[in-house]
Design a protein around this ligand. Sequence first.
Ligand code: HEC
Ligand code: HEC
Length: 371
Amino acid sequence: MFNSRIRKAALATVLAGAFAGGAFAAGVPANARVTAKDVRLDATLGRAATADEVKAWNIDVRPDFQGLPPGQGSVATGTKVWEAKCAACHGDFADSNSVFPPIVGAYQATKEDIKTGRVAKLRDINDGATTIEKLSTLSTLFDYIHRAMPWNAPDSLSWDETYALVAYLMNLANVVPSNFVLTRDNVQQVQDMLPNRNGMIWNHGMWPGKEIGNGGIPDTHNTECMKNCAPTPKITSFIPEYALNNNGNLADQYRQWGPIRGMVTESKAEQEKQAKEKAAAASNPNAKVVALLKDKACLACHSLGDNKLVGPGYKEIAGKYGGKNDMVGELATRIIKGGSGTWGSIPMPPQTLSEADAKMIAQWIVDGAKQ
Ligand code: HEC
Ligand code: HEC
């Protein structure tokens, strides 16, 4: 099972995804201006998983069979379940080779294999190995089948069905007799007969040669640290300081969450220049309208000049309605409801803005759409 920290982080990611459409503020409002020293991870995201949620995820079966619930299944029952739910893809005798290597194929465990726990024919590198020949832990069959099969309905088998299927496959591979009943009490005995149970070794490298590989030396030499171990590494995501402003001021960008949300990355001089421009704009009532047009994404379809984008430029519209104060109400309505046919065949979709804002824009157009 995951430890609780990883579980929380995973859940937080899921929840953050679910909220990505809205202004999801976990302590920091989406457009808040924070500085480098406020940067922190969003520890407040998500919630602890409930006991039931953990139980639903905690379905793994370990090599020592921890996690395997009590149950039982006979080879006979397994044959029936296999025919109904597995044979279509894996063949009647787990021998189908059409999509993936066969699960059992023609393999029949020899007395020698069962005694040594090493499948002798695997020594022939040209012999295509089937699943059962390579399998070193029976728990893997339980875990994988119960979790992932049938492919079109994973996690749908009962544990008794899974016991029966494992018994069936073990019988096909000549490990248990056809009258065998696999139970929670005898799984370890079957593990102890598994033909390749000693076949997984790690004291040699993947490639024996010198050209590729390292002459048969194992790829990893580490032993598990038991005392004075290095502290658990902290995993984080960050942008190096020199690159923070590479794509413009982060504070002006649309970032829903994460440590750099709202972070001011532009220089002092640049900030002062922007503040001056803002102050100048505030004393100009036209600038307020332009800001609104930007905010409402009107400028995606309309230019401020007289060139056409999707719709006519505002100067062009002003050319038609300039000075016609009696049109303000009508234009405001058209902005909110959208319309077509006045400027061409492309319709303007309805817009979401208040009537007061629409009237302000309409008045600005009638007054000449000045910046
Ligand atoms: C719809 C087709 C389909 C059905 C039905 C199906 N499987 Fe599979 N099975 C697959 C595919 C495809 C894979 C390989 C999946 C992968 O590698 O991601 C697979 C893989 C497996 C493996 C692992 C083989 C290996 O060496 O990795 C086992 C074991 C297995 N299936 C058992 C079963 C059992 C038992 C059933 C019936 C309950 C079943 N399958 C039903 C398609 C199917
Ligand atoms: C998806 C593109 C699109 C968006 C977004 C858009 N418009 Fe338009 N707008 C158009 C088109 C196309 C027309 C021309 C419609 C026509 O021919 O009647 C138009 C026409 C107009 C007109 C002239 C109406 C008339 O009857 O002459 C005004 C005023 C206007 N838009 C304002 C706005 C405002 C304000 C916004 C933002 C709140 C906005 N538009 C957003 C495409 C858009």
